[in-house]
Design a protein. Sequence first.
Length: 497
Amino acid sequence: MPEVKENPAPVIALLRGNAAKLAVWLLALLVLAASHAHAESLSRSHLPGPVVAALRRYDMSARGLSVVIRPVDGSGAVLDFNADVPRSPASTLKLLTTLVSLEKLGPAYTWKTEAYGDGPVRRGQLQGNLYIKGYGDPDVVIEDFWRFLHGLRELGVRSIGGDLVLDQSYFVPASTTPGEFDDHPLRPYNVLPSALLVNFQAVRIRFFPQPHDRRVRIVADPLPDRLSIINHVRLVSGPCQGGARGVGMRVVHLRYGTRVIFSGDYAAACGQSDRYRVLSDPRDYIGGIFRELWTGMGGRFSGRVRYGHVPPSAHLLYTGHSPPLAEVIRSINKYSNNVMARQLLLTLGAKFVRAPGTIEGGAKVVRAWLAANGMSFAELVVDNGSGLSRRARISARHLADVLTAAYDGPDMPEFFASLPILAVDGTMKDRLDGSTLAGRAHLKTGSLDGVRSTAGIMLDDKGRRMVVVCLQNDPRADTEAGEAVQNALLEWVYHRP
């Protein structure tokens, strides 16, 4: 029987035809998927309409704006605009400093301040010098210093026979000057960090108009050692136009002390007003507070106030402790305290690199923590840890990574509780007050000339918790224009579909 051979040509043609159709279908699917991906990418990389409208209203460019919006679990960006551009973050850099400090030191960490004597205490008198050694406590206000001295009094010390010696050796002395940043050396935010820092070295200058005497009484509280006030201020009638802002102040440093000369006019209609300034170095400042508080407790002291080191032969008299770090960072972040943030960075250097603490040592600890958590920020410039700098840099994407790590970390509750609450407290107290966003976000703010920043987390109206980072470097960023742009962004995030 002859062999029957099937002709394969029709089958091959059919397969080829189906393969061609399949290729067309696959190509169509790929094009569709690519178009969806492209559309999604465009939507993520383009600013929302309300933000664009705000930029146009104030004639601002989007080139100076970087934004990252993402779910707290890091699952994918909702908005990703200029995310990798290194920016000046202003005070939002404190987020990195405080987070690393929380995770390295622990939320219960406390700083100590020690009192030593180099002689015995007999019949209530310390027969020698009193040494006070600081370890970088960033939050010693006058009430804390009073409690510290009261602890000495409770030990029976009533009189000090020698000098008061201040030991600042736990930190390397700052190599900069207070006015280096903006040429305002008397402003409290420019105070340099030091191992023994009391009351942020600030003096509250109080103006009391006294119409019956036709004069303005000026009081410095506290009054540093060797500081005198010369009052040439005239009390005038008429409307109040800024209170003490119309009063001129000149500080003259002399060999034997410091004079503060006030001049100008002060309107009686202004009533009492205050101004905070830094008028002397830590030695004279702490010396003045010490004399006032110690004598107020009934103690006696007639020695000098000087710098020095605790000698090995000295004996420990008393140790004071700060509040825990979890409380301290609330002051740092909610009220953007620069000198406290700088104290934190130096503490990291002293604890984990070597004492005395340095900025470089603190920055090394920050980078090591980032590396240990799988993060490497090539553009990062920590500088002094506070963001009060023209050198500090970070990208919006990397600042968002810090917030995502904080949310996943063991100290998440303490960290985010330290941030200002939108329209409720801290530096965000007056932002979007009365809006539906009030109380729905924990956001750190930052502002310098030409810089405005906001970073934190927000709970939107759908119950989704989002990481929000907005860094704006623009000549008008620190004006109402920059605030309007960022408010528009926050509104969009909250109401986003």
